[in-house]
Design a protein around this ligand. Structure first.
Ligand code: ADE
Ligand code: ZN
Length: 319
């Protein structure tokens, strides 16, 4: 029996397995520049975040209809459930689809069709978090928030993803203020490739409740102290960090040191179809690489429920 856990950092588009990508390409008459699924998988050699994002956004061309999004989400829930996931807070990137003339309603309703049946079919409860692409203008994010208004009953929160360096959180100050006034929860990717200052800025300027990644927090002892004191959750993604070369090897990952420092860290898969494993695989890999004890694995699983937007009626605020 895998440890029951929550997954809090998972991009639904990052669960698009090569086989499903080819099946959708055929159904939607989209030509892919790869011979087959195996050929596509061979292209998954990334040098950094941007080299991944280029391929990732390109492959989204196969996602066109609400049914495509339903199938994608249902496949994720089946895999996640098999690895012990009981609750998932799932990111999606509306702008990556609206830019291809796929309406936001098609995306949200397609995903919601699968997620609404998640408990019954897979024993997984879910929430949906809409991410803004930080390398696009803030005006585009604001227009996306506006376009999402008819679908907010399906959406719990907002996040910030895509190319980090050069796109500090403060760029999205007004968008996050507007999201908060709509009652949405707030998270943001920070400190994946960007500096620790982006983590502090996401807390100070955007008022986020969780930091996605936060890998580089350890470079700033004062920031670590603040994150520990306030028990602000960090959603780490160790396999992603290795594949995108944020760390050299899994053995070099600071997860264990972060736990030892008293940080509230969780382990997640980010884009499992691209990075070599779903969240149960990730637990297994870090246990081996970092010689984690069973107690430490249980702490990580417990942290995942503590950091989730479950049973917390009110947004977490720094005291
Ligand atoms: N979008 C999908 N995966 C991402 C990651 N690891 N960082 C930033 N944006 C992303
Ligand atoms: Zn991510």
């Amino acid at each position: 029996m895998p440890l029951p856990k929550a997954e809090l950092h998972l991009h639904i588009e990052g669960t698009l397995e090569p086989e499903l990508a080819f099946a959708l390409a055929e159904r939607n008459a989209v030509r892919l520049p790869y011979a087959d699924a195996e050929d596509l998988r061979k292209a998954y050699l990334f040098s950094d975040l941007q080299s991944f994002l280029d391929l990732y956004y390109g492959l989204m061309a196969v996602l066109r209809t609400a049914e495509d999004f339903t199938e994608l989400a249902d496949a994720y829930l089946a895999r996640a459930a098999a690895q012990g996931v009981r609750h998932a807070e799932i990111f999606f990137d509306p702008q990556a689809h609206t830019a291809r003339d796929v309406p936001i309603g098609t995306v949200v309703e397609g995903l919601a069709h699968a997620l609404d049946r998640g408990e019954e079919r897979h024993g997984v409860s879910t929430q949906l978090i809409m991410c803004f692409l930080r390398d696009q203008p803030a005006e585009s994010a604001m227009a996306t928030l506006d376009a999402a208004k008819p679908y907010l009953h399906h959406i719990s929160g907002v996040g910030l993803d895509s190319a980090e360096v050069g796109h500090p959180p403060a760029k999205f100050r007004e968008v996050y203020a507007a999201a908060e006034s709509l009652g949405l929860r707030k998270v943001a990717h920070a400190g994946e490739e960007g500096p620790p200052a982006y983590i502090a800025e996401a807390l100070d300027v955007l008022g986020v409740e969780r930091i996605d990644h936060g890998l580089r927090a350890m470079e700033d002892p004062d920031l670590v102290d603040r994150l520990v004191r306030r028990q602000i959750p960090l959603t780490l993604c160790p396999l992603s960090n290795v594949r995108l070369r944020a760390v050299d090897t899994l053995e070099d990952h600071p997860l264990r040191a972060m736990m030892d420092a008293g940080l509230l860290v969780t382990v997640n898969s980010d884009d499992p179809a691209y990075f070599g494993g779903y969240v149960g695989d990730t637990f297994h890999a870090v246990r081996e690489a970092l010689s984690l004890s069973h107690d430490q694995l249980r702490t990580l699983a417990r942290n995942s429920f503590q950091a989730a937007f479950l049973d917390h009626d009110e947004p977490r605020r720094e005291r």
